[in-house]
Write a new protein. Sequence first.
Length: 280
Amino acid sequence: MRAEFLQLIKKVVPIMHPMLNIAVKAARRAGNLIHRSADKIDLLTITKKSHADFVSEVDLAAEQTIIQTLLDAYPDHAILAEESGSQGESEFLWIIDPLDGTTNFLHGFPQYSVSIALQHRGIVTQAVIYDPTKNELFTATRGRGAFLNDRRLRVTKRIHLADSLIGTGFPYTRFEHMDAYIGIFKDLMQKTSGLRRPGSAALDLAWMAAGRYDGFFETGLKPWDIAAGTLLITEAGGMVSDLHGSDTFMKTGHICAGNPDIHTQLLQVIAPHLTPGLKG
Ligand code: IPD
Ligand code: CA
Ligand code: CA
């Protein structure tokens, strides 16, 4: 009787994988720190990394909080984090963007997130994206589905590109793919219901998984921008590829995602604009 009851509870309230649980703890700690700092932006120390690319003391502190929380639980695991780079060697690799959407954060524009993924032997198995401004927690474990807080996520069912809402990000630090990007953008302006560029790629991918977009594309992203979001999308029934339909997106950073119908149609629109550099 007790065993049956436990089985039933497991079905109704899926039990969180222990590694995901730690990632959630880390993401919430970082998110709270970011949230507390959001009303004192003017007092923060900000450094320019390169053209239009800034890092604040909040990015650095959030990253240290995340790393500390993960390594306290799993001291042997390896880390790849945006601000401090790589540390350790292990078949388990945590990929961290402590604050995705720094430009938004520094302008008080409430669209930014914490992104944490765990890769095991090169495959993303756990994902957390946390939006501290809305207290929205997106999570996924490979094979166990994607969730927003406690709600199971599915990508949209829209089948016509003309009805679709597409997310994207503009190139703003490196411009070698700008002409191709603008060509794709121009076509999609005419072939979709709308394009959005909110400014946190990790959150864009989480929103794609949550059915707030039908598709997404961007060029030149980094592993920490996309590792968690791509697992959320596939666990929500969506497709993720690079811009020509292959799986090199973690290496190239060029990414196209969508529900299965819209993903195919996006790739068709993108194809005539592909330069050798965008083929990866
Ligand atoms: C940036 C955001 C943005 C995307 C940029 C990323 P950061 O991350 O995800 O949406 O367009 O390419 O670099 O620098 O704010 O962590
Ligand atoms: Ca980022
Ligand atoms: Ca960042």
